[in-house]
Ligand binder design. Structure first.
Ligand code: G3P
Length: 221
């Protein structure tokens, strides 16, 4: 990612973020990033990284990766493959794809070896503190019960943001879950977050371009 604050848009496996629709969505996001000069990155499905990364210029992240090496690891995700496909980094330990501590540590180490940025997710400020020992590039805190909902972390649980800031020390903190509008982003940044993760607020928006512009408006406050 290139500077703060950041908007990281996670495509998850939403239909709107898959295949041709995913590429179209990526191009809309790139257009807004160019027009507004905002730092926007996207996290796409692994099989989509190469195609999308070859067609757009903003950073493309993987949604997961495994801390493995070349060899006999059927079905696992090799860091070198992600890197060669054009990824700038990877999300790790998302609430929807949690990893055991040892696996997470190995994945962060391998990501560093191949020069992929890491966004390590944590469900709570306490978990955020535990993952600081892996020294990821970013720690992202998302209360699972708010993910995909209509009420944001900024509104429902601002204390999770402030407590997480104390947990992560000097590692930049991203926050997410339920983020839908300018006010949600603005409050997160004002509280001290270095950026915001969002998925459904863009993927399920009737007008994604408008939704992205709305979120970007809250970034620089
Ligand atoms: O990775 C971001 C994501 O978990 C947040 O989802 O739909 O609440 O913006 P959403």
């Amino acid at each position: 990612m290139v500077g703060n604050p950041i908007l990281l848009i996670n495509f998850k496996t939403y239909e709107e973020g898959t295949g041709d629709r995913g590429l179209k969505m990526a191009k809309i996001i790139e257009k807004v990033a160019m027009e507004t000069k905002a730092n926007i990155a996207i996290a796409v499905q692994i099989a989509e990284i190469q195609r999308i990364a070859s067609e757009i210029s903003i950073p493309v992240y993987s949604q997961h990766m495994d801390g493995i090496h070349y060899g006999s690891n059927t079905g696992w995700i090799l860091p070198e493959t992600i890197k060669n496909a054009g990824a700038a980094g990877t999300i790790l330990n998302h609430s929807e794809h949690q990893m055991k501590p040892d696996a997470l540590r190995e994945a962060v180490e391998r990501a560093k070896e191949v020069r992929l940025k890491t966004v390590v997710c944590a469900n709570t400020p306490e978990m955020a503190k535990q993952v600081t020992k892996f020294s990821p590039d970013y720690i992202a805190v998302e209360p699972p019960e708010l993910i995909g909902g209509t009420v944001s972390i900024s509104k429902a649980k601002p204390e999770v943001i402030t407590n997480s800031l104390k947990s992560v020390g000097s590692i930049p903190l991203l926050v997410g879950a339920g983020v839908k509008n300018k006010e949600d982003v603005k409050k997160a940044i004002q509280l001290g977050a270095s950026g915001v993760l969002v998925a459904s607020g863009v993927m399920k928006a009737l007008n994604p371009e408008k939704a992205i512009k709305e979120l970007v408006a809250g970034l620089n406050v």
